[in-house]
Ligand binder design. Structure first.
Ligand code: GAP
Length: 518
């Protein structure tokens, strides 16, 4: 199965089992907007819980807030979003399709990279055990030529983006002979800047209304509450403020399912530090966040850092944590050292002092900030794409299973009476009632036990508890484990402990506490 096929199957599976639906589907959908179904909402809540508790509960010096989506419009001037939160867009005059100029170029680079990969594969076959990939790449004339092309395009693209030279960006698209994927022509308009913020009118009358924005990031709600939290919480630097919430961006290129949406959710934490200490904290947060990801056990090789060469004007260090999605390594989280840019600007635009008095040094200063910012929806896609597997079983059957980490699985256990008679359903309900206070459970008595196991595999339920005639005699049940499909006979009184061991965050949190160097 190709990665492309896998991705298509994942999208279909997410819909079929109630994880993710296209928004407004009965009206033919709304582009790049999605709804979470009954299992999607559970999974999303568990992801948010994992993040929130790891941030706010495990760190004595981090607190959480919930700021409003609507904010004073001047905030977005101070943050730079009104002036510079733009994407360069270009239209094809024949197809009337709109593209992000930088994405067209990145796709073009990806095609050249594919050529390099093919050349490497040819070399690997030809030289078999004697193949040295590094040497081959350094000496093969086709690879050298293509790598030079890539370097040249990247260099010109970065120069044009950094200097906001839209003509140079268009010239680069023309020089690369990029055609519109729909019309196949090179009939392009000029490149223009497009602001990604959604605006709306606030006020009861047209005359009195003012233009405000749907927030494009949650971070600014933290910055403008910096002093409120610091003072009321008696927080001492270094300390962090965390929040989760919706963000909105009018993305030009919205694609790859829930990877890039127009309405999405973020989990952000701003860590306030002494000026001059920010790079030390940046390194620490890089390690902490990677550890948080890898603790889910989805394969260490699936993660990597991508340090930014081109830094935003307010940042002095930035990196992305990338995950190996079915469409390649892509950003799931950003970690940025944002200096005193945001607090400094809010101080300037609001006219209110946003300084911290450091009793240890006797100085007042505007703190520097290290930010960690992750998309809930992207994290959801990460979990689903790592979890989805089609497995061939020894009895010749096939199963589709979601190996979702048990701590995040939407349904923790299913209670299944073997038969719909002989008092088994009554006993099963008794067990269900005892467990459902602590775990999200499902009860299922329809179809054969095999079919019921498959249904639970397909939604990632880590445990199935089967009640049979023996249960009525000796109070034992069978616990079937999703990943190994092994069955374990155990006393009813042990079920809670066995399940809790796997689905509670405790083990992971203990590791996170030991790893953090606060
Ligand atoms: N406050 C910093 C900030 O917003 P960002 O890199 O623009 O930084 C942070 O966004 C994270 O938010 C990304 O790593 C991604 O996970 C998520 N994100 C951003 N735009 C998104 C979109 N259109 N759809 C889904 N998730 C998005």
């Amino acid at each position: 199965m190709t990665q492309d096929d896998l991705f298509k199957k994942l999208i279909a599976h997410s819909k079929e089992y109630g994880f993710i639906f296209q928004s407004s589907e009965i009206y033919d959908g709304l582009s790049a907007v999605y709804d979470y179904g009954q299992l999607g909402a559970e999974l999303k809540n568990n992801i948010k819980k994992y993040w929130w508790e790891a941030m706010v509960r495990l760190n004595d010096n981090i607190v959480g807030i919930d700021s409003a989506i609507f904010m004073h419009p001047r905030i977005w001037e101070a943050s730079g979003h009104v002036g510079a939160f733009n994407d360069p867009l270009i239209d094809n005059k024949d197809s009337k399709k709109r593209y992000r100029a930088d994405v067209l170029l990145e796709d073009h680079i990806a095609k050249i990279e594919e050529k390099i990969d093919k050349e490497v594969e040819k070399g690997r076959k030809k030289f078999a055990d004697n193949f040295d990939e590094t040497k081959f790449k350094e000496t093969n004339p086709n690879i050298i030529r293509n790598q030079n092309k890539i370097d040249n395009i990247k260099h010109r693209m970065n120069e044009a983006l950094n200097s906001n030279d839209l003509d140079a960006l268009k010239q680069l698209i023309l020089d690369c002979e990029i055609v519109c994927p729909v019309s196949g022509t090179r009939n392009w308009t000029d490149v223009r800047q497009f602001n990604l913020m959604f605006s709306l009118q606030m006020g009861s009358t047209a005359e009195g209304a003012s233009t405000i924005y749907l927030r494009p990031e949650t971070a600014q709600g933290i910055f403008v509450n910096f002093l409120n939290v610091q003072k009321t919480g008696r927080m001492k630097i270094p300390f962090g403020i965390a929040q989760t919430g919706k963000a909105f961006r009018n993305e030009i290129v919205a694609r790859q399912f829930i990877f890039r949406m127009r309405e999405f959710e973020q989990m952000e934490m701003q860590f306030f530090v002494r000026p001059g200490e920010e790079l030390k904290w940046f390194e620490q947060w890089k390690q902490n966040r990677m550890f948080w990801h890898k603790s889910l056990g989805l394969g260490d090789d699936n993660y990597r850092f991508h340090d930014h060469e081109k830094l935003a004007h307010y940042a002095n260090a930035a990196t992305d944590i990338e995950f190996n999605f079915p469409f390649g390594f892509k950003e799931v989280e950003g970690i940025h050292s944002r200096t005193d840019f945001d607090l400094g600007n809010h101080q300037k635009y609001s006219g209110k002092k946003l300084q911290y008095f450091d009793s240890e040094t006797g100085e007042s200063y505007v703190p520097y900030v290290v930010e960690t910012s992750i998309g809930v929806d992207r994290m959801m896609l990460l979990i689903l794409s790592a979890a989805y597997h089609e497995e061939q079983l020894s009895d010749g059957e096939q199963r589709v299973v979601l190996h979702i980490p048990p701590v995040l699985a939407p349904v923790k256990l299913a209670v299944l009476p073997l038969l719909k008679k002989d008092g088994l359903p009554e006993k099963a309900r008794e067990i269900l009632n005892a467990l459902k206070c602590d775990f999200y459970c499902q009860y299922d008595e329809k179809d054969s036990i095999g079919k019921r196991y498959r249904r639970q595999d397909a939604i990632g339920t880590p445990f199935c508890i089967t009640i049979d005639h023996q249960t009525l005699e000796d109070n034992t049940v069978t616990i079937r484990h999703r990943d190994t499909m092994e069955q374990q006979r155990t006393d009813i009184s042990k079920i809670h402990e066995i399940i809790n061991e796997e689905v509670s965050f405790k083990k992971i949190f203990e590791k996170l506490i030991n790893q953090s160097k606060f």
